[in-house]
Design a protein around this ligand. Sequence first.
Ligand SMILES: [Zn+2]
Ligand SMILES: [Zn+2]
Length: 445
Amino acid sequence: MLQTYDFTLDIEIMNQYISYNSIYHTLICRQCGYAIPQDWIMRHFRQFHKTIPLVIRQDIINYGLSLDLWHPSQVHEQWQNMNVKSPVDSLTIHPGFKCQHNDCLKYTRTEVSMKQHCRKTHEWVAKDSIIWTTQQLQSFFGGHYVKYVYLMTILILDSDKSHQATLNQVRDSQSLVTKTPWLRHTRWEEIFIGKDMSELVKLSNAPGMQEPHERRIWDATGRVIHACFNGVIDCQERGWTLIPFWLRSVDRNKEDTKPFRTYFAPATLYRYASYWQQYILFSLRAMMGEESVQFTLKQRECLLELNTLLYEINVTDEANNNSKIEKKILELSVLLIQHSDYAKERSSLVYFTGVLGYNIEWKQWRQPLEYTTILAGIQFCTHVIMLEAALPRINRDEIDETSSENPVELFRKVRDKWLIDGEGIILLAKSLINQEHHLIIFIVS
Ligand SMILES: [Zn+2]
Ligand SMILES: [Zn+2]
């Protein structure tokens, strides 16, 4: 019997629990911080993660079984063959020790076991000076149920300051041929060549406690996204049931077979909104002095107006101030999404999504599976915002059978232009979703 599983919807949810590393062909359990060998996946999630809802667990198991996962010995072999042993995202980092005797690749978690190793292997005695150093370590596999325990060095040491200072500087040293298909596809190394990613990432940070104006923008943007999302639910309540199908579709001429999702776990919705909150704040900060982030004249004017609003507040009428700011943020968001393919300026949204592709903690670009959840969040925001732009909530009551255009026609005018034919972000999201999200798995049983 042939069964098919379409993970279109659920990869986003699964990714909260697992992370697939395409270099080492391993499936990492985020909660445990270890990779799970393929023949242990089912038992692992049944035994240790009973709190993950059953359907999701089943999807994780099916997904895990569908991947070309390597045996732990192959994983370790790959690690030894790697020239640059970069840390692996989602694996736990442990403090530990490294033997410094010649090329000895011995790592241990405790000093006691390091001493034992040095005594046995290098005839070290207690009166000698120590021949090991402390070292942060990662292990692919762990736990008493897996016999393969192997520790991995993290080459970026805190003491190595000079190296660290230039580490976030993007150098496009690799030729197209040696790049992974992923980096070829995203073109990040070309887009950000010469840029210090730590500076750009800083622009996208959430506001600090000491920045009330930024805080204000952040909160208002969160409210805007939530209101726009409620606009999707409102369509359903009005009986405009076709709209959510068109909203979900990436096909120009056809609505999707499923509607846009209207239920998200609160944490997911919160995270999705946070990308847009970051983006608005990023734009505002960038306008003040980061030239690599470009805006059209209209976008710049809108940013300036938003900035002015922050300083022109009437202390007695908080609600009115907030609603003015929210309106301006919505207007700005629409302008930022409606960035023409023919504009001289590069789309700041495309640029921003590239910045989010950089993991500052690990000083490397994010892998596809991790990154698609970010893109899914941004795509969610652009969609709900453009629905509100096409069919503003306050005008919806006026639409009836006598209107010259019905809601679907009104929505498609905006959707077809900006959510389908738009450049950059939408296209990138589209092709990624086609590549990464539609994992159709065949299991023969
Ligand atoms: Zn686990
Ligand atoms: Zn040794």
